[in-house]
Design a protein around this ligand. Structure first.
Ligand SMILES: [Zn+2]
Length: 466
């Protein structure tokens, strides 16, 4: 990318499709993963060139850093210094991720139009860049991650009547200036999470592009294994590219994700491939970021596929899947490929778009209590606009029996594919050279089959079809 000349990571480890490939050590389901040499070497070998310094999830799994304020704790700051040193030693770039301005989800309590708030975060970011000289870049969220913004329709005397994109643009530019004052080559990455499509386009059209970049979910709604890119993502990437702003796309590339958690070994390499391909072919995208995290000790078939893709992005999927199957032994090669394809289809048939609240449904096991589709919505621009066009159910609870039937039919179809996959995996576990790995896949796919069936049966009963 011409606009990255002179700033392309020197640590790029291969000639893959992306300039920047960001990993996370551990994930919210398995957060307590040491930044050991062994773990980092696995991530290096996969082909990643950048590590985020903490999981940075809203409920702070393992008590890790989420906001700049957390670094006031000497123990957390010390651990970050150690991690930054580890990243540097292994030749990774280091990315710091913060939500700011930090505050409760109440209107007009933390205000980016308040000069004191802006100065406080500019000072904190400058100090951070000074205190952590080996950290290359900073990513900030301005919504969620304990950060919230005043609504122009609320009662903040500074923000009332001023559109969000007009307030955010100078605030973000001030944060860029704060990090570049200390480190002139640094880049501030911004995740426009919770903004409407129109607001993200408006900020991208008007912001000063130098030393600024975007990191985005693969859709305006969420990252999911089944999602590739949507029109919003492609529009924003193209618009950013025209303005000389690099953009990084997020996906689930390991064995777990926020949708399928707490499962950590759901084998769906084709879905990993689809996400990577879509991001690769979106004009303006310079990198990828794992959105949930990796547990290197759980080297899954999905991670093997990611590694294969980063090293040979133009190889056909069948070839990459075949390579991912090799370590399991020739006796189970075809069986595993079939099982993984069935599991991929099952995840695709599952009705993820019914409600945001269906993510993490596999936590419920075979006891799904839903008599209707659970609602989920928040008072943010994206939830009040674009996400209503993505989920069947948000905050309105008018659920026609045909809607419940649609979800039940799809959940039952998913369940039958999961069950077929689990049977193949169970058979393969007796013949493979990696029995523990395949048994774990079989158990997790079986669990997904049970939960999907329970969801379907409950809804069928509710509408009198069961
Ligand atoms: Zn305000």
């Amino acid at each position: 990318m011409e606009h990255l000349t002179g700033q392309t990571p020197a640590t790029r480890s291969h000639l893959g499709p992306f300039d920047i490939t960001i990993g996370i050590v551990g994930h919210p389901t398995t957060p307590d993963v040491a930044w050991s040499d062994k773990q980092l070497q696995v991530l290096k070998d996969i082909g990643l060139n950048t590590l985020q310094l903490s999981i940075a999830w809203s409920w702070r799994p393992a008590g890790e850093v989420l906001n700049l304020e957390n670094l006031d704790d000497p123990a957390l700051a010390g651990e970050w210094r150690r991690r930054a040193g580890q990243a540097e030693r292994f030749g990774f770039r280091a990315l710091a991720h913060f939500g700011l301005p930090m505050g409760p989800q109440t209107d007009a309590t933390t205000c980016i139009m308040d000069p004191q708030v802006r100065d406080n975060y500019a000072r904190r970011l400058s100090r951070f860049m000074h205190d952590f000289p080996s950290v290359n870049d900073v990513l900030i969220y301005t919504y969620d991650q304990l950060a919230w913004l005043c609504s122009e329709f609320g009662d903040c005397p500074r923000c009332h009547g001023v559109p969000l994109h007009e307030r955010l643009t100078p605030f973000l530019e001030a944060m860029v200036d704060a990090i570049c004052a200390v480190r002139p080559a640094a880049r501030l990455w911004w995740e426009p999470w919770e903004l409407s499509a129109g607001q993200t386009y408006a900020v991208t059209e008007r912001i000063r592009p130098n030393h600024f970049g975007l990191i985005c979910h693969s859709t305006i709604a969420e990252v999911q294994f089944v999602n590739t890119t949507d029109l919003w993502f492609r529009n924003l990437a193209r618009l950013a590219h025209m303005r000389g702003i690099p953009m990084i796309g997020e996906g689930f590339f390991g064995g777990s994700g926020e949708d399928v958690a707490p499962l950590t070994h759901l084998p769906c390499p084709r879905l990993v491939h689809q996400q990577l391909n879509a991001l690769h072919h979106a004009p303006g995208v310079v990198g990828i970021k794992e959105y949930y995290g990796f547990v290197p000790d759980h080297l899954s078939v999905n991670l093997r596929l990611l590694s294969g893709y980063l090293h040979a992005p133009d190889a056909p999927f069948d070839e990459l899947a075949g390579l991912a199957a090799e370590p399991y032994g020739a006796a189970v090669h075809e069986q595993l490929l079939q099982a993984w394809e069935l599991a991929s289809q099952a995840i695709e048939f599952f009705p993820w778009d019914a409600s945001w609240a269906l993510r993490r449904i596999f936590e419920l096991g075979p006891h799904v209590p839903y008599q209707s589709i659970p609602t989920a919505s928040w008072m943010t621009p994206a939830w009040q606009s674009n996400r209503r066009g993505f989920y069947l159910v948000t905050d309105r609870n008018q659920q026609h029996p045909w809607l419940l039937e649609d979800v039940a039919l799809r959940a039952r179809l998913a369940s039958s594919r999961f069950a077929d996959s689990a049977r193949l995996l169970q058979e393969a576990s007796a013949k493979t050279v990696l029995p523990e790995d395949v048994q774990r896949q079989a158990d997790q796919v079986h669990a997904a089959a049970q939960t999907s069936l329970a969801l379907a049966e409950g809804l069928f009963r509710q509408i009198g079809h069961g």
